[in-house]
Ligand binder design. Structure first.
Ligand code: ATP
Ligand code: MG
Length: 430
């Protein structure tokens, strides 16, 4: 069995791209850890470093407490399923799955038995005699998985193994993968950019943005108490509503949160009131998930937003109303289709720049670095702000239509608060 530890690991490619930026992460024995983030955030690079296929530029990677590069490859007990896996086209499914055992000279008898067991667990027991060319994409993916797991590795590294499949098959295979790895007690690191996949499969999720680890925790922790605005925006469907609010403190009474023409009042006895009070006279970001909003009669008093429905979306089991409440939405880059900020060239990034200079042996190179100082989401103007459309859950066939007025009551204890740099405002916060 295996544990994995990343100690302050960075990876800077020779062209100056910072793929991983001071990441530290501990994966426990038998744990199912999901690495989640958008394309290019460094997920595959982390897996490849753990597999010993790439050297970190800085920091250490430990396998069972020993530096991975000091463990001879054959003793690492790592199996990896790549993003673009390949099978041996001329071999049958059975031979493909059994190939690692053949290499380690396991006799045909026991080999066939184990191939049968693994294939049955993966639901491909009936196609063992076929060649890869005679399989569906999903079946091929399972064969690749079978071949990786048959050696009973201590550590299973999977890089978007379901990315080529349709959504029904993905959901089915998710359960098979988590079932199989838990049954075998194999430590697993699983890469995906699909937040729903991450939340359903993981024991813990590590969320990455541009090489920087944003948050690590159980699905409940990262969803319920996201460490940063980015994590809040990335997780959940529909996406969390993120609104700009101006903060006014009425000492010992309440904190007024102004959203354009409308306001919410955070009672002074709310546990987070003092933390929010530091932002008196400033703007913060308030996050509200759809589950914090309940449609109510239009004249309901209390914590209520009122607006007009801009449009409705039907999802079968529910519908979503997008409500214009006259507030300003905050848009997080890389999420919701907004183009990422251009990576800045050669602007400081001290430690990384120094590391690169050490690596290349020269100074003054143009360094493509990730922003260590996040820009303000509230003041950067350009494309970060727009009129808010609050997503609200309604019944499958709602009695309202676009243009109708709608009021929603707000669960004040379910609000999330973030400062303008995207850090969580909370009490007892890390
Ligand atoms: N060999 C390389 N040389 C230079 N840059 C590289 C190399 N491999 C990857 N990169 C860059 O490093 C960054 C991280 O790449 P990585 O493959 O780890 O991303 P990823 O999170 O796996 O993305 P995806 O979801 O698209 O697979 C990207 O900016 C990528 O372009
Ligand atoms: Mg990748």
């Amino acid at each position: 069995m295996s544990t994995v530890a990343l100690k302050d690991v960075s990876k800077i490619w020779p062209d100056g791209t910072v793929a991983v930026n001071h990441a530290s992460l501990d994966v426990g024995d038998g744990e199912f850890m999901v690495l989640l983030g958008p394309s290019g955030c460094g997920k595959s690079t982390i897996l490849r470093m753990i597999a010993g296929l790439e050297d970190p530029s800085e920091g250490d990677i430990l396998l069972n407490g020993s530096p991975v590069l000091e463990v001879p490859p054959r003793d690492r007990s790592i199996a990896m399923v790549f993003q673009d896996f390949a099978l041996y086209p001329h071999m049958s499914v059975s031979d493909n799955i059994g190939f690692p055992l053949k290499l380690s000279k396991v006799d045909p008898g026991p080999r066939g038995e184990r191939v049968g067991d693994v294939a049955t667990a993966l639901g491909i027991g009936d196609v063992l005699g076929r060649k890869p060319g005679q399989l569906s994409g999903g079946q091929r993916q399972r064969v690749a998985m079978g071949r990786a797991i048959i050696r009973r590795p201590g550590l299973f590294l999977m890089d978007e193994p379901l990315s080529n499949l349709d959504s029904g098959l993905r959901a089915e295979l998710r359960n098979e993968i988590t079932g199989l790895t838990r049954e075998l007690g194999v430590t697993t690191m699983y890469v995906t950019h699909d937040q729903a996949e991450a939340l359903t499969m993981a024991d813990r999720v590590a969320i990455l943005r541009r090489g920087v680890l944003q948050d690590v925790g159980t699905p409940t922790e990262v969803y319920g108490r996201p460490a940063t605005l980015y994590v809040a925006a990335f997780l959940g469907s529909p996406r969390m509503n993120l609104l700009e609010a101006a903060v006014y403190v009425h000492l010992d009474r309440y904190i007024q949160l102004n959203f354009g023409e409308q306001a919410l009042y955070l009672p002074w006895n709310d546990i987070r009131a003092r933390a929010v009070a530091h932002y008196h006279g400033e703007r913060i970001v308030v996050g509200l998930r759809a589950e914090a909003l309940t449609p109510v009669a239009i004249d309901t008093p209390g914590a209520v937003f009122r607006g007009r429905i801009r449009y409705l979306e039907h999802h079968g089991h529910e519908s979503l109303a997008y409500l214009d409440i006259g507030a300003t939405a905050v848009v997080v880059d890389e999420i919701g289709g907004t183009a990422p900020e251009a990576e800045t060239a050669g602007n400081g990034g001290g430690v990384l720049k120094n590391a690169l200079q050490r690596l290349t042996g020269r100074g003054g190179t143009a360094v493509r670095t990730l922003e260590t100082e996040a820009p303000s989401v509230l003041n950067s103007g350009r494309h970060n702000r727009r009129a808010a459309e609050l997503s609200v859950r309604l019944a499958p066939y709602p009695a309202v239509a676009p243009g109708h007025p709608l009021a929603v009551s707000v669960r004040m204890d379910a609000l999330h608060f973030f400062d303008e740099r995207g850090g969580r405002i909370d009490v007892g916060w890390r």
